[in-house]
Design a binder for this molecule. Structure first.
Ligand SMILES: Nc1ncnc2c1ncn2[C@@H]1O[C@H](COP(=O)(O)OP(=O)(O)OP(=O)(O)O)[C@@H](O)[C@H]1O
Length: 629
C-alpha cells in the first residue's frame, strides 16, 4: 500500500516537473485553454429587499465592486452586516427577497448557465457525502467535472490531496472528518472545477486560528497561481491573513463602509478621522468602527454616510471605471459533458452510497427482517390450515407490509439530506439533475425487490408457511407497495425543506392509508367524501391482493358447526373461495375474486403520480434561480 502511495507521489512530482512553473498541470488547463484567464467580475448597485409595504427592509443597499483575475476580494463586516446575503445574491441564490443590480463576468450578465459553467460557490456549512472517503469525493468530482483523461484522474486527485493537506485523512469517510478537513475538502472540490470565479462564504468559520490562517493563505495562493477570481466573506482575519487580500469590502447594516484595494483602506479611514492605531490589526480596527457594539449607532451611520458621500459614483472611483473592457470581454464555452458518461459515474456513486448508507436500505432491510420475524413468531398459531386462523393469516399481511412501509419515514430524512447535496452539486455544475434521477431511480429498483425478500422469505414463507407457489406474486406485490411509499418519501424529501415536517407528513399519509384500507372500517359505510381515500390510497389494493394471493388455494381443514363468536369463519367444505367469501363479511377489503393485476397496476399508478411530483420538484428546485433584475 505504502509503496503504491510513494509511486503515486513520484508520478505527481514528475507530472509537476513536466508542467514547468505551473505546479498544477493536471487540472489547471481549463481556464487557460478556454481563454478565461484574464477575467473580471463586476457587480454594481446590488440591492436586496425583503418584505413588502411597511415591513419592507433593505438588506443590501447599492453594493458595488469589481475583482480581477488572480485577486481575492474579502467581504468583512460585523455579524448581520449582510455578507452572506451579498454572496447569496451574487450567486443567484437569495430566494427570500428581491435582488436587483447589475452583475457581470467579463461584461456578460451572470446567469444560471454562466454560473454553472464558470463559477463555484462554497457555502458556509460544508456538505459532503458522509459515506464516501475524502479521496472518493475528489475522485467523483474530478470525473464529473471531466478534469482530465480518466487514467490521469488518480494523479490529479492525489495532487489536490497533497495541496490541501488531506493526506492524513484521504481514506477517511467524510462524516468523520474534522471541521478544518471538511473545509479543505470543499476547497479541493471547488479547485477541481477550475472555476473562473470562486465564491467562498466564511471559509474559515469553525476553524481555529492556525487552521484559518492556513486555509486563507492557500486560497490567496490558489487565486494567484490559478488566476482565479475569489470573493470570500470572512470574520475578523488575522493581520497576516488580511494582508494577503487584494481588495476589501467592509459592510455594515447592508451598506458599504469601504470598498477598494486593501492598500487604500488605511489612507481612506485616516482621511475621515479614524487612523489605524499602532500595533493594531487593521481588519479589527475597521470592523470595530462599523460594529454598533463598539461604536455608537450614530457613529456607524456617519461612517457609512461618509463613504456614500465621498464616493457618489463608486463604480467610477474606487472600483475603477464603469467600462467593462478592462478584462477579457465575453466568456468561453464551458465544461464539455457527455450525458452517458455522467450517468455511468452517477450509477457507480449511487451504488456505493446505497451499499454504505445504513439508513437508506441496508439498515432498513435488516430491521424489516427482524420485525417481520417477530410478527411471524407472534402469529405462530396462524401457521396451520384451520379456518379459525384465516383472520390471523390476513392480519399477518397487514403487519408485514404496514410496519415496513411505515419505516419509510427515515427515508424522508435521508433523501432530504441527499437532495441538499444534489442541489449544491447541481448549482456548481457538477451533476445534471437528469443523470441523478435516472441513476437513482434505476439503482433503487433491485434494492426494493431485495427488501421484499428480506421482508417475506423467512418471516412469511419459512415461519408462517405461506405457499411457495405465491412467492413471485407475493414479493412483487409487496415491492410495489414499498416502491409507492419510497416514492412518497422522495416527494416529501424534495418538496419540503424541513425534513421533520416531511417526516410528519409521511406519517400522516401512512395513517390515512391504514385507516382507509377497508380493513378496520367498511368502505361501504364510510361517509362519502372519506370513501374517496379508500379508492385513491394504496393499502386497500395491497391488502386485497395479498390476502387473496396467500389464501386462495389453501387446503383448509373442514369445519363443523358453522360460524360462532369464537370462530367467525367456518365453511363446512373448507373451499378456499368460500372461506374468502365469508371473510369479506368481516373485512370488506377481502375479495374471493382475483384482482391481482388491477391492484398492482393501481399501486404502481399511485407510485407513478408520486414519481412525477418528485421529478417536477427536482427539476424545479435545481433550476430555480433568484435572478438579479
Ligand atoms: N431569510 C431571511 N429573511 C429575512 N431576513 C434575513 C434572512 N436571512 C438573513 N436575514 C437578515 O439579513 C441580515 C444580514 O444577514 P447575513 O446572514 O447576510 O449577515 P452576515 O453578515 O453574513 O452575518 P454573520 O456573519 O453572522 O453570518 C440580518 O439582519 C439577517 O437577520
Amino acid at each position: 500500500m505504502s509503496s503504491k502511495r510513494s509511486e503515486t507521489a513520484a508520478l505527481v512530482k514528475k507530472q509537476r516537473s513536466n508542467a514547468g512553473s505551473n505546479a498544477s498541470k493536471g487540472y489547471s488547463r481549463r481556464t487557460a485553454s478556454s481563454g478565461m484567464e484574464q477575467s473580471v467580475f463586476r457587480f454594481k448597485d446590488v440591492n436586496f429587499v425583503v418584505g413588502s409595504g411597511k415591513k419592507q427592509r433593505n438588506l443590501l443597499s447599492d453594493i458595488t465592486g469589481k475583482v480581477r483575475y488572480g485577486h481575492v476580494l474579502a467581504v468583512m463586516g460585523p455579524s448581520g452586516a449582510g455578507k452572506t446575503t451579498l454572496i447569496s445574491a451574487l450567486t443567484l441564490d437569495a430566494f427570500y427577497g428581491k435582488p436587483s443590480g447589475k452583475v457581470t463576468l467579463n461584461g456578460v450578465k451572470l446567469t444560471d448557465s454562466v454560473f454553472k459553467q464558470h463559477c463555484y460557490v462554497m457555502k458556509q456549512h460544508d456538505k459532503h457525502w458522509p459515506y464516501l472517503t475524502c479521496r472518493e469525493t475528489l475522485q467523483y468530482a474530478a470525473e464529473l467535472y471531466n478534469v482530465s483523461a480518466k487514467k490521469d484522474i488518480p494523479l490529479v486527485v492525489e495532487e489536490i490531496i497533497q495541496k490541501m493537506g488531506l493526506s492524513v485523512c484521504s481514506e477517511t469517510r467524510c462524516a468523520r472528518l474534522s471541521g478544518g478537513q471538511q473545509r479543505r475538502l470543499s476547497i479541493g472540490v471547488a479547485l477541481l472545477k477550475q472555476p473562473t470565479l470562486l465564491f467562498l462564504d466564511e471559509p474559515t468559520s469553525g476553524l481555529d486560528a492556525a487552521a484559518a490562517e492556513n486555509i486563507m493563505q492557500e486560497i490567496v495562493r490558489v487565486a494567484k497561481e490559478e488566476r482565479l477570481i475569489i470573493m470570500c466573506s470572512i470574520h475578523q482575519p488575522s493581520t497576516k491573513v488580511y494582508n494577503g487580500f487584494d481588495e476589501v469590502m467592509i459592510l455594515s447594516k447592508g451598506r458599504e463602509a469601504f470598498s477598494g484595494p486593501i492598500k487604500t483602506a488605511p489612507t481612506y479611514f485616516d482621511s475621515i478621522g479614524y487612523p489605524i492605531p499602532e500595533q493594531m490589526n487593521p481588519a479589527e480596527h475597521f470592523l470595530d468602527l462599523v460594529n454598533s457594539d463598539f461604536s455608537s449607532p450614530e457613529e456607524v451611520d456617519r461612517i457609512l454616510n461618509e463613504w456614500e458621500e465621498t464616493n457618489p459614483n463608486r463604480a467610477g472611483s474606487v472600483h475603477g471605471t464603469d467600462n467593462d473592457d478592462d478584462g477579457q470581454k465575453g466568456i468561453a464555452a464551458g465544461l464539455h459533458r457527455n450525458p452517458c458518461t455522467d450517468m455511468m459515474i452517477m450509477f457507480r456513486r449511487h451504488a456505493r452510497l446505497i451499499v454504505r448508507d445504513p439508513v437508506l436500505y441496508v439498515g432498513r432491510c435488516i430491521i424489516i427482517l427482524v420485525t417481520n420475524v417477530v410478527f411471524g413468531f407472534v402469529y405462530w398459531s396462524a401457521r396451520v390450515q384451520e379456518q379459525a386462523q384465516a383472520p390471523n393469516k390476513h392480519f399477518i399481511n397487514i403487519w408485514f407490509a404496514g410496519v415496513a412501509t411505515n419505516m419509510g419515514v427515515v427515508a424522508v430524512y435521508a433523501l432530504n439530506d441527499e437532495f441538499k447535496s444534489i442541489l449544491r452539486e447541481s448549482k456548481n455544475g457538477m451533476v445534471s439533475p437528469m443523470s441523478y434521477v435516472i441513476a437513482k431511480s434505476v439503482m433503487v429498483l433491485p434494492v426494493i425487490y431485495l427488501t421484499s425478500l428480506f421482508a417475506l422469505i423467512i418471516p412469511g414463507f419459512v415461519i408462517q408457511q405461506f405457499p411457495w407457489s405465491s412467492i413471485v406474486p407475493g414479493t412483487l406485490l409487496w415491492s410495489a407497495l414499498f416502491f409507492c411509499f419510497e416514492n412518497l418519501a422522495e416527494c416529501l424529501a424534495v418538496w419540503i425543506d424541513d425534513p421533520i415536517i416531511g417526516m410528519l407528513q409521511f406519517m400522516n399519509f401512512w395513517f390515512m392509508c391504514f385507516l382507509f384500507s377497508g380493513n378496520f372500517l367498511n368502505s361501504e359505510i364510510m361517509y362519502w367524501p372519506f370513501e374517496l381515500f379508500y379508492h385513491i390510497l394504496p393499502f386497500s389494493y395491497y391488502l386485497r391482493s395479498a390476502t387473496y394471493t396467500y389464501l386462495h388455494d389453501i387446503e383448509w381443514d373442514k369445519c363443523v358447526g358453522g360460524p360462532s363468536a369464537g370462530q367467525p369463519i367456518c365453511v363446512p367444505s373448507g373451499d378456499p373461495t368460500e372461506v374468502l367469501n365469508s371473510m369479506t363479511f368481516i373485512y370488506s377489503v377481502v375479495d374471493a375474486e382475483d384482482h391481482y393485476l388491477r391492484d398492482i397496476i393501481v399501486i404502481l399508478g399511485i407510485a407513478g403520480v408520486f414519481k412525477i411530483v418528485y421529478l417536477i420538484g427536482v427539476f424545479y428546485k435545481t433550476r430555480r434561480v433568484a435572478a438579479i433584475k
